[in-house]
Design a protein around this ligand. Sequence first.
Ligand code: TXA
Ligand code: MG
Length: 318
Amino acid sequence: MPLILSINDASISRAVALLRAGRLVAFPTETVYGLGADATNGQAVAAIYAAKGRPTFNPLIIHVAETHALDNLIEWNDTARLFAAAFWPGPMTLILPRIADAPVSLLASAGLETLAVRIPSHPAAQELLRAVALPIAAPSANASGKLSPTTPEHVAESLGDAVDLILAAGRSQVGVESTVVNLTSAIPTILRPGGVTQEQLERVLGRKVAVFEASDDSAPPSPGMLSSHYAPHIPVRLNAETVSDNEAFLAFGPDLIKGGVARLNLSVQGDLNEAAANLFAMLHELDKPTYAAIAIAPIPQIGLGLAINDRLRRAAWR
Ligand code: TXA
Ligand code: MG
């Protein structure tokens, strides 16, 4: 069983030390418990995906204690200022353009040019985020496919020893996740309903917001509205056994294949956690129009390899 501690100065200090060391800490928010990691540390973010056992890299929400902590992460706009003033701290997440050199691992936003950000109101979350003074990536603290956890016991049952510490503060008040609002589209669009309602958003904005209907297959989202997948601009070739002179090569493990105009290695040691942490940054780096393609070495289909291969298949499909 993971360590479960109630909230006090000692447990907050312990949580801060673990987070700064790249470990995972579950913490209470007003919506559901979150599984937190240092968002600036790619390997810590990779550990979140491994702990949840998700076969895909879904982008994660970045949590901070106050609005000015977002200034070096996202580009503010008028609607974001308005919603932030009205609903933060609270159960709302905003999708905004990511600042190019934002100190957040590309894995946390699954390679996207946007970032999901939130300021939770729960006093324990506030205390932790202030004390750690780092942006914290945190999905709901449940194993993939399981219900979102609203008690520390749910977290322990779902994640077990995959989490290093659970900060316990009883039942989550709101009990449903935050409302995810995309502010990078022409009209503010609710991507996931949650603790702040459409009516509340519209009252503050003074006009309609759109709601993205994920179930409506007959009307695919307009391009760009849900740019939920990052893909390089040049072709991607998977399971490469050879590399041509005009291709870039992305290796994994010992470098046995020669050739290529440029080369990077996801993990010389063949460590899937390290490979996940490097994946998006290295794809970006090799995505140059002068290269014919990115050839990618085979990645074992185990552990985080499932999510890496899922993402590579999407990147290769065009
Ligand atoms: O209440 C909550 O939001 C909780 C607590 C812990 O804060 N967190 C949570 O995280 O529910 P998660 O990872 O389970 O859900 C994040 C949602 C997903 O639907 C994801 O697709 C969306 O936010 N999301 C994250 N980044 C995004 C982005 N850049 N663009 C579009 N959607 C994004
Ligand atoms: Mg979730």
